[in-house]
Design a protein around this ligand. Sequence first.
Ligand SMILES: C[S@@+](CC[C@H](N)C(=O)[O-])C[C@H]1O[C@@H](n2cnc3c(N)ncnc32)[C@H](O)[C@@H]1O
Length: 207
Amino acid sequence: MQSQEEKKLWQERWQKGMTGWDQGAPHPSLFAVVEHAKLEGGLPGDARFFSAGCGRAHSEAALAEWGYHVRAIDLSEEAIREAQSIYGKLPNLELKVADLFQLETTEAKSYDAIYDRAMLCALPPESRRLYIDAMKARLKDLGLFCCILFRDLHTLSHPPYAVDEAEAFRLLGKDFVLCYAAAVPAAPIPAAVKEEWISIWRVRGAP
Ligand SMILES: C[S@@+](CC[C@H](N)C(=O)[O-])C[C@H]1O[C@@H](n2cnc3c(N)ncnc32)[C@H](O)[C@@H]1O
């Protein structure tokens, strides 16, 4: 489980404005992610998305503008306050302060897709399994997990933590089928990240 100390560090990063991962705009690969999700995994036009660790929620707002229903949460009140101030008027976007590890009963199996950009790699390795389980619990049968990971990172002592493709398969392979994957040049922010890895996974059906 993510420690209280880790959670406090995220709060402090937000309070001090240390949000170097924030691109100030929807992720440049978001459109491609959605198009591939539609083609390869299936995504209804009125799909419900869930995003944990949304920060200022630029991509989540774009998804809402494209007609999807999006619930986006962040642990940090400051993050959600800032997201509200930019995108609070979008009707399809629900922004909420919440901990991704606390599943509300109404959330179980209620989303068509998860959007994750830099959430999995924001968690220490020992929290990853619980994170994937918490996302799977929110997905409908055959739902999609759309993930954008920072690539070529090597540290396991602080975020962003290294998560390579082998680790992604180890975490997701049992319960999800990989539908699509591609390496893309990273957006210029954060500068230390040279490449990102997009992957779209579908919850496995009954054998
Ligand atoms: C690296 S940032 C990514 C933000 C956003 N997805 C983006 O790409 O701009 C990770 C975010 O996860 C949030 N976070 C960390 N632990 C969380 C938790 N347990 N529940 C919800 N959000 C969490 C942090 O506050 C932070 O905003």
